[in-house]
Write a protein that binds this ligand. Structure first.
Ligand SMILES: *[C@@H]1O[C@H](CO)[C@@H](O)[C@H](O)[C@H]1NC(C)=O
Ligand SMILES: *[C@@H]1O[C@H](CO)[C@@H](O)[C@H](O)[C@H]1NC(C)=O
Ligand SMILES: *[C@@H]1O[C@H](CO)[C@@H](O)[C@H](O)[C@H]1NC(C)=O
Ligand SMILES: *[C@@H]1O[C@H](CO)[C@@H](O)[C@H](O)[C@H]1NC(C)=O
Ligand SMILES: *[C@@H]1O[C@H](CO)[C@@H](O)[C@H](O)[C@H]1NC(C)=O
Length: 206
C-alpha cells in the first residue's frame, strides 16, 4: 500500500519534471490587445485531451486530472502512442452553488496529432476535444497557483477588466481557467495565467 502510494506520488510529480525542457509546444495565439496587466488573445483552433474531476480543491483536482491525462500521454491509448509534453496544463472551473465543483483538467495535443489524435482507453474517463478558434482575456501571475490564491488572481483580472471598462466582453463572469506553465521543481520564475472566455469569438478577431 505504501509502495502504491509512493509510486502514485512519483507519477503525479513526474509531469512537473518532464515539463519544460525547452522547445515544447503550446497552443498558438495572436495578441489582439494588450494593457499593462491584461492581454486579449485570439487562439487558433486547438486539440486537447481533458479529464473531468469533481472536487472541492483546485490543487487536488488538478493532480487527479493530470494523473489520468499522464497515463494517456504515456501510452494508455488505442494506439499505444507516447505523446510529447506540451504546456500549459489547464484547470477550468465553473463555480456553482452546489459542491463538489466540476473541474476540467486539460492537456494540449501537439500539432502532429491535430485531426487524428490517438483514442484514449475508456477506463481513463478522459476525452478528446477540438476547440474552435477563440478569444481569451488573460492575466499573468507568478509563484505557485493554489487554493489559497487563485480566487484572488481571478478577482485581480476582474478588477483590471472593470478598470478598462471591458467586463461586458466576458462570455461568463463566473467561469475561469488557470493555466500553469512550469514544473513544480521550478521554485522561481514561474508563469501562470488566468484565462476567461470572450463572448462571440470568431476567426475574424476578438
Ligand atoms: C492502461 O490502463 C490499464 C487499465 O486501466 C492499466 O491496467 C495499464 O497499466 C495502463 N497502462 C499504462 C501504460 O498506463
Ligand atoms: C496509430 O498507429 C498506426 C500504426 O503504427 C499509425 O499509422 C497511425 O498514424 C497511428 N495513429 C495515431 C492517431 O497516432
Ligand atoms: C498559493 O497558494 C498555495 C496553497 O494553496 C501555496 O502553496 C502557494 O505558495 C501560494 N502561492 C503564492 C504565490 O502565494
Ligand atoms: C464604458 O462602457 C459603456 C458601455 O459600453 C459606455 O457607455 C461608457 O461610456 C464607457 N465608459 C468609459 C469610461 O469608457
Ligand atoms: C516557466 O514557463 C515559461 C513559459 O513557458 C517560461 O518562459 C519560463 O522560463 C519558465 N520558468 C522557468 C523557471 O523555467
Amino acid at each position: 500500500m505504501e509502495n502504491l502510494k509512493l509510486s502514485l506520488f512519483f507519477l503525479t510529480s513526474l509531469w512537473f519534471l518532464f515539463f519544460f525542457c525547452h522547445g515544447i509546444e503550446s497552443p498558438q495565439f495572436t495578441v489582439i490587445h494588450s494593457e499593462s496587466d491584461l492581454e486579449i488573445r485570439l487562439y487558433k483552433e486547438s486539440w486537447w485531451i481533458s479529464a473531468p474531476v469533481q472536487g472541492i480543491s483546485f490543487e487536488k483536482a488538478t493532480k487527479e486530472g493530470f494523473h489520468r491525462l499522464y497515463q494517456y500521454i504515456h501510452g494508455n491509448n488505442t494506439n499505444s502512442s507516447k505523446l510529447a509534453m506540451t504546456a500549459p496544463i489547464l484547470t477550468s472551473i465553473t463555480p456553482q452553488a452546489k459542491q463538489p465543483l466540476e473541474y476540467t483538467v486539460s492537456f494540449y495535443l501537439s500539432s502532429k496529432f491535430h485531426g487524428s489524435p490517438p483514442r484514449p482507453l475508456p477506463d481513463l474517463s478522459v476525452k478528446l476535444g477540438r476547440w474552435e478558434s477563440l478569444c481569451m482575456v488573460v492575466r499573468k501571475f507568478s509563484g505557485f497557483a493554489g487554493d489559497d490564491n487563485i480566487t484572488e488572481e481571478v478577482a485581480n483580472l476582474m478588477t483590471s477588466l472593470a478598470q478598462s471598462n471591458l467586463t461586458a466582453i466576458l462570455e461568463d463572469k463566473n467561469a475561469y481557467t488557470i493555466a500553469q506553465y512550469n514544473s513544480s521543481s521550478h521554485l522561481v520564475g514561474r508563469l501562470n495565467e488566468v484565462w476567461m472566455r470572450i463572448a462571440g469569438s470568431s476567426t475574424e478577431g476578438c
